[in-house]
Structures are given as C-alpha cells and as structure tokens.
Design a protein around this ligand. Structure first.
Ligand code: GLA
Length: 401
C-alpha cells in the first residue's frame, strides 16, 4: 500500500514538473530586447528605465512581457574558482539577480543571452561545455527566457547543442522560454519543435526596408528580404513553437509607413514581437504602432497559424492568415516606391490555407470587413475591394463572420 502511494506521488510530481515546461508560448512571445539599439552598451540603469517604460507606456498591458538582455551582459571571463558566468561588474554592479528582481517586481519577465559556442558573437564567454552549470545559474537568477546564439560553434552539431541546452534548462527546474538563434542555417523548423519555443529563421535584420547591408565578414538583411525567406515555413509554426524572423526594427529609422509594413507583416506571420527600439525615447507614432490592439490581435490570435503569401504581382503582395471564429486577416503589401491598386473579388476567389485546410469562401459567407489601421468598417465581401495602397505601405483588413 505504502509502495503504491509512493509510486503515485512520484508520478504526480513528474507530471507537474513536465507541465511546468508546457505552455510557455501558446501565442508568439512578445517583449523587448537590447541588441538592435544598444548592442553591448547595456546597464542596470537601462534595464530599470526600460522596465519602468514597458509598464508606464502600456506596452506591458499590450502583451510585451519579456525584457531580454542580449550580448554584453557578462564579464569577459568566467569566475576562475567556480567557473560560473559573472555579470559585468561595471554595467551591473548589483549582479544579475538584483536586475531580475527589479524586472519581476514590475510584473514583467526577464531574459538573458548566451551562445552555444565557446564565445558569444561579441566575444564574451560562451556556454560550450558549461550547459548544465549555466542553466543552474540562470535558474538561480530566476530568469524566464534564454536566447541562445550560434557563434564560435565550429565542429558543433546544431540539433545536438540545442538539445543539450534544452535538457539542461529542464534539469535546472525553472520554466525558461528557450529561443534558438542559429539563423536558420540547419533548418531548425524541421527539428526544434520539442527543443525550444522559437527559432530564428534568418541572419540578423537590418534597419532598412529592402536590400542587404554589407558588414564585411557578414551581412544584415532588410525587412522585405527577410519576409521573402519566410514564405514556405508557415506549416512549421504553431502554438508553442514559432518561426522567428528576428527582432523588430520599428522605431529605428525607417519611415512610418515602412515601420507599419514591417509590423503588419510580422503580425501576419505570427512572428514573435520583440521590440528593438529605445522605448524611453520613442515617438508617439512608434508607440501607437507597437501597441495597436487590432494588429496585435492578428499576431496573437489563439488559432496560432502563420499567414501565407497568396499572390505577388508587380510588387504588390497579398497575404492571408486564418484566425479564430472563422475570421481572416488579409494584408495587401506594396513593396514598390509608387502607389499600387489593391483589387480583390472576394466572391469569385476562394482562398484556402494549406496548413489548416480552412477556406475563406465569400460565396457562402458574407464577411464584414474592418480596416485595422484606419479603424474603419469597410463594407462586406459582397463588394470587390479596389483601393490604393501607398508606397512601402499596407492595407490590412480583418474579415469576420
Ligand atoms: C547575433 C544574433 C543577434 C545578436 C548578436 C549579439 O548576431 O543573431 O541577434 O544576438 O549576435 O552579438
């Protein structure tokens, strides 16, 4: 009898343990990361001010939960006695646990960065060979998110390395969202579903609408070029595991319509929304864009389906994303420098999502149309759409029954 009770207790605690690691990302994760604006120039002060701003700006209420410090938070060497990573004492004089406590006290979650290789991309100590020790340290800091990069990883196998770190995080016992950042090199969408909650699909995003930015030994990719690389990946995303086309460059120098286009298409792709601007100094336009509830609802829709490109003609693309309750999001994206006419005969065109096999069938259902950016009702699908889309801008609609 006693033995049965013991076995039952063991079973229940194993189940509770396993459940802790489920549901870490039922919808695409949202937050802020230091890299796109600050690179390694980060500090305790920056974290505190950003945490304050995430709350006071309404970003936290809009869903931006994670505050993530990217590369540059560590000292150049591990602790010579213990082998533990150490926070840079100048940037973080009170250590990393104090920073995590501050972020948590604001009702936010806290994330850190490291790398699977021997060094991070900015040359700080990497995790190779220290996976379990580092995971225990992160759990002792009480972090909630780990971004794990892929520099100095010569001779490593990506699937094996990320599996080891994923196991180490679980062994440390704290639910930590695991964000894989191996740039899509070995197609993590094919193998990482049970390893982490999101995986980068490309190299780094640049602050430009289109084109490639040459950085000498590597290049950064413009927003539209990144979009081109996502097209075939929608079937690999879903609740708990998301394609990550990189952090947002909204508010970092593109025009407002380019920022709107970037944000809209990230939402159509059910991408993680990790703001990368200095939110302490953002314009009211950037702020309004980042917290727009109708656009965020498309990204965060609980059906969790990544949208797909339906057509691409003369620099005007049409994207569709099935939403809960039989609704759909539609985005006409003008990639060119001249206005384009978005035309669509809803009744004559049945659109089917290959992943969910659901169809937008305006022949049998009359959908109400809502323009999510202008907040205007735009009639129903009984009438064709025929509207001008400004250069580098979008027309984004929600069709509901
Ligand atoms: C890589 C990653 C970036 C950023 C930097 C930090 O380039 O892809 O997102 O984390 O490293 O050095």
């Amino acid at each position: 009898m006693k033995k049965c009770f013991f076995i039952l207790c063991m079973f229940c605690s194993l189940l509770t343990f396993a459940q802790k690691f489920e549901n870490l990302a039922p919808t695409p994760p949202m937050g802020w990361n230091s890299w796109n604006t600050f690179q390694t120039n980060i500090s305790e002060k920056l974290v505190m001010e950003t945490a304050d701003m995430l709350v006071s700006s309404g970003m936290k209420a809009a869903g931006y939960t994670y505050l993530v410090l990217d590369d540059g938070w560590m000292a150049m060497e591990r602790n010579p006695k213990t082998g533990d990573l150490m926070a840079d004492p100048k940037k973080f004089p009170n250590g990393m646990k104090a920073v995590a406590d501050y972020v948590h006290a604001k009702g936010l979650k806290f994330g850190l960065y490291n790398c699977a290789g021997t060094k991070t991309c900015a040359g700080y100590p990497g995790t190779r060979g220290y996976e379990y020790q580092d995971a225990r340290l992160y759990a002792s800091f009480e972090i909630d998110y780990l971004k794990f990069d892929w520099c100095s990883a010569d001779g490593l196998n990506a699937k094996e390395s990320y599996t080891t770190m994923s196991k180490a995080l679980k062994a440390a016992g704290r639910p930590i969202l695991f964000s894989l950042c191996e740039w899509g090199n070995s197609k993590p969408w094919k193998w990482a579903t049970n390893i982490g909650q999101m995986w980068r699909t490309t190299g780094d995003i640049s602050r430009q609408f289109d084109g490639i930015e040459d950085k000498g030994t590597y290049h950064n990719t413009g927003v539209m070029k990144i979009v081109d690389l996502q097209d075939t990946l929608s079937r690999f995303a879903g609740p708990g595991h998301w394609n990550d086309p990189d952090m947002l460059q909204v508010g970092n120098g593109m025009t407002l319509s380019e920022d709107r286009t970037h944000f809209s298409i990230w939402c159509m792709m059910a991408a993680p929304l990790i703001a990368g601007n200095d939110i302490r100094k953002m314009s009211k336009e950037t702020h309004a864009l980042l917290i727009d509830k109708d656009v965020l609802a498309i990204d965060q829709d609980t059906l969790g389906v990544q949208g797909f490109k339906y057509s691409d003609k003369d620099s005007l693309q049409t994207w569709f994303k099935p939403l809960g309750n039989g609704a759909w999001a539609v985005c006409f994206l003008n990639r060119s420098a001249t206005p384009k006419q978005a035309q669509f005969n809803w009744k004559a065109t049945m659109v089917t999502d290959a992943v969910t096999k659901t169809s937008l069938n305006a022949q049998t259902v009359t959908y109400k149309i809502f323009d999510v950016w202008t907040k205007k009702n735009a009639g129903t699908t009984d009438k064709n759409i025929n509207a001008s889309v400004a250069p580098h801008d979008v027309l984004m609609l929600r069709l509901s029954r």
